[in-house]
Design a protein around this ligand. Structure first.
Ligand code: ATP
Ligand code: ATP
Ligand code: MG
Ligand code: MG
Ligand code: MG
Ligand code: MG
Length: 284
């Protein structure tokens, strides 16, 4: 296309190409969901419909992008881990942020009626999300990132469960419940729930306590022989570093994509703080 004399303004655009050899995590989070959840009468402390809607939107995103290798979510947030050597959108930060958050928001709005059939969205109060990209240079940092989010989920859930029990069953006002919980430790909250209300926190739903983890099982539907052969091939490739090269051949790309398409997507509410989780998953 012919250049116009106005074209120079394009030069003002600055692109941030995210550092190579680093894992990219994109985290989206609901805007002002404290208020949003009240306006749409979410059940407190945990509205299962809202969590399932978050999970459905994330699953749609996860299935759409082969480069997303794991996702974790709780409350109004979701984190998406991209493989280390992804070249998705040339690793351009603004493209990744804007495309992920707009896809997520579109899916969330699209599926809303399925989960809240009696509560249609008001055009003046549509759900919106923010997004950020974070870079981590090591697998260790990535593991700690997800552990941080899951610990946060647990701490918030224990607090919220106790807070709402004090209000709903203990008949305290929100202010009184808040005051009662100031300075309390986890053990104190467990004790309040158990001794005053007969609630064993351990018996609360796993999705509330642990959040939701989405991964792929690449060995789904495969014989042991196939798994063995593939492990052998992968080890060969690992030695040459080939499988991690950015410039995979077309054939290698096809094979990778086939492997991903064939994999089974797993949705779990399990502990990822213990090493067992990371040993079992072939993420790193
Ligand atoms: P910001 O825009 O800064 O993120 P926020 O109000 O969304 O503000 P968050 O720290 O993200 O603040 O907290 C999200 C809040 O949304 C929770 O504290 C909770 O009140 C509410 N919430 C999210 N999901 C649910 C759910 N499934 N059930 C009940 N409440 C929920
Ligand atoms: P990218 O994702 O990189 O933006 P793109 O295909 O969206 O790729 P653009 O340069 O943004 O590329 O061009 C948008 C294209 O969308 C136009 O070239 C045109 O073909 C089509 N398009 C957009 N709006 C209309 C419209 N109102 N009527 C018909 N075609 C349209
Ligand atoms: Mg926030
Ligand atoms: Mg929020
Ligand atoms: Mg949040
Ligand atoms: Mg366009």
């Amino acid at each position: 296309m012919a250049k116009s004399r106005f074209e120079y303004v394009k030069e003002f655009e600055k692109e941030n190409y995210l550092l190579q050899n680093c894992y990219i995590i994109i985290r989206i989070d609901g805007k002002n969901f404290h208020k949003f959840s009240k306006e749409y009468q979410f059940e407190k402390p945990n509205d299962s419909r809202a969590l399932n809607l978050m999970n459905k939107a994330s699953l749609s995103l996860f299935s759409k992008f082969n480069d997303v290798i794991m996702a974790y979510g709780d409350s109004d947030e979701y984190s998406f881990l991209l493989r280390k050597n992804t070249v998705l959108y040339e690793r351009r930060e603004s493209k990744l942020n804007s495309i992920f958050v707009s896809f997520f928001t579109a899916y969330y709005n699209h599926y809303w009626n399925e989960f809240f059939p009696d509560n249609p969205l008001d055009v003046n109060r549509l759900p919106t999300f923010d997004s950020r990209c974070i870079l981590y240079p090591s697998a260790e940092n990535v593991k700690d990132y997800f552990k941080w989010r899951q610990v946060d989920c647990h701490i918030n859930n224990l607090y919220n469960t106790t807070f709402w029990t004090l209000i709903e069953k203990g008949k305290l006002s929100p202010k009184e419940a808040e005051n009662k919980l100031i300075g309390t430790l986890s053990s104190d909250k467990n004790e309040i729930l158990f001794s005053q209300f007969g609630i064993n926190y351990n018996n609360e739903k796993e999705i509330y306590k642990k959040g939701t983890i989405i991964t792929r099982d690449y060995n789904y539907n495969k014989s042991n022989k196939e798994i063995e052969n593939e492990n052998e091939n992968e080890n060969k490739n690992k030695n040459t570093g080939k499988i991690f090269e950015v410039n995979l051949t077309e054939r290698q790309k096809q094979r990778e994509n086939k492997k991903i398409k064939r994999a089974k997507i797993l949705i779990e509410h399990i502990d990822l703080i213990k090493d067992d989780f990371w040993k079992e998953k072939s993420i790193f």
